[in-house]
Structure formats: structure tokens, C-alpha cells
Write a protein that binds this ligand. Structure first.
Ligand SMILES: [Zn+2]
Length: 192
């Protein structure tokens, strides 16, 4: 393998130089007099101090199957909910990603329409099933998944749980959602 230039992208095992030129710094190791990269990143050579380091490239945060994500419901039909994924766990994404919840993956009980479970603007906790054609397919079955935060459709006040319903503490309106068991007590850094 040819010697990499300064600022060049290297992967583990790539040759950076020889020990006579550079001392192996962060992200590098020496083997048989050759300094090689131990990670994927950008090479930086300090010629004056004879030191070579590799700065790791930060991989963009993307949801993977089985990840728990938080998303805002953007639109609903009977069979399909379209959502914007905002965070993976507590880690905020740099760009929102599109997700879909199909009615089959929405609840363990029988549901005629997703409108019985969600409303646009709700924040839902989902599990990632797959990534297909640029869209994340999500599920909300089970007590750990569903709506964690919802506001009153009449006045915009956050709804509080009241037995099997959600109730608006301001106007008294009651609504239904497929809530998580911990609805109302979920604290997310990005959700104030
Ligand atoms: Zn209200």
C-alpha cells in the first residue's frame, strides 16, 4: 500500500510512514518499523515533532434495526402513520429522518384505524424494524412503545393521563392515544 498523504483518509492497517520518520501517536501503531493506522480517520503528520496521529472520523448517527427512536407524528391515514424521527434514544439526530408505522406494527390489540392511536404532533417511542427505500419502518407494539407526549387538540396544553384516557388539565377535553406505560414521565433532553 502506498504511503498516505497528510489529511488523507486511512483505514486500519494503512501505512502512514516509517518509525524513522514518525513516532506512532494517537490512532496509530508500529509494526516492523512501519507506522500504521489503527482506525478509520484522517492522517495528521507533525513533521517538526516527528509525530503521526489519526483523528477518527465521526460517523453520522443513524438509527439501526432494534434501536429505540423518538419521532413526531406528521401525518396519518387509517393504515399508515408518517413520522419524523428526531432522536435515537436521547441522542438528537442532526437531520430528521422519515419513518413509517404500519397498522400491523402499531399495536397488539385489534385496531381499525391508526387515528385511534395517534394524532399529528404526538411524540412516539418506536423500535426500528428495517430501513427500506430511504424510509425507516417502525413498530409501536407493546407497553413500552407508543405516545410519550401529546397535547390537547383543542387548546394545545400537554395532556395528562387520567385512567385509560388522556385529559387536558385546562379545558377538560379528553382524548385517546396508544400511550406508553411511562407516558407523562419521559424526560428527553430535547423535549422541554
Ligand atoms: Zn385543552
Amino acid at each position: 500500500m502506498s504511503r498516505s498523504k497528510d489529511g488523507e483518509f486511512v483505514t486500519p492497517g494503512d501505512k502512514i510512514g516509517v518509525i524513522e520518520e514518525y513516532e506512532p501517536g494517537f490512532g496509530t501503531y508500529e509494526s516492523d518499523g512501519v507506522v500504521r493506522s489503527s482506525l478509520a480517520g484522517m492522517v495528521e503528520r507533525d513533521v517538526k515533532n516527528h509525530l503521526a496521529v489519526v483523528k477518527p472520523v465521526k460517523e453520522p448517527l443513524l438509527p439501526r434495526p432494534k434501536d429505540i427512536v423518538y419521532a413526531v407524528v406528521s401525518s396519518l391515514s387509517d393504515k399508515l402513520a408518517s413520522v419524523m424521527i428526531v432522536s435515537v434514544g436521547n441522542r438528537l439526530l442532526s437531520d430528521c429522518l422519515t419513518g413509517l408505522i404500519h397498522i400491523r406494527a402499531s399495536s397488539t390489540s385489534r385496531v381499525r384505524s391508526l387515528r385511534e392511536l395517534f394524532k399529528p404532533g404526538d411524540i412516539v417511542r418506536c423500535e426500528v424494524l428495517t430501513f427500506k427505500n430511504g424510509v425507516y419502518h417502525l413498530r409501536t407494539q407493546g407497553p413500552g412503545f407508543g405516545v410519550v407526549y401529546a397535547v390537547c387538540s383543542l387548546c394545545g396544553t400537554p395532556l395528562v393521563r387520567s385512567r385509560r384516557e388522556l385529559r387536558c388539565p385546562v379545558c377538560g377535553n379528553t382524548e385517546r392515544r396508544k400511550t406508553t406505560r411511562d407516558y407523562g414521565s419521559v424526560r428527553l433532553r430535547w423535549l422541554i
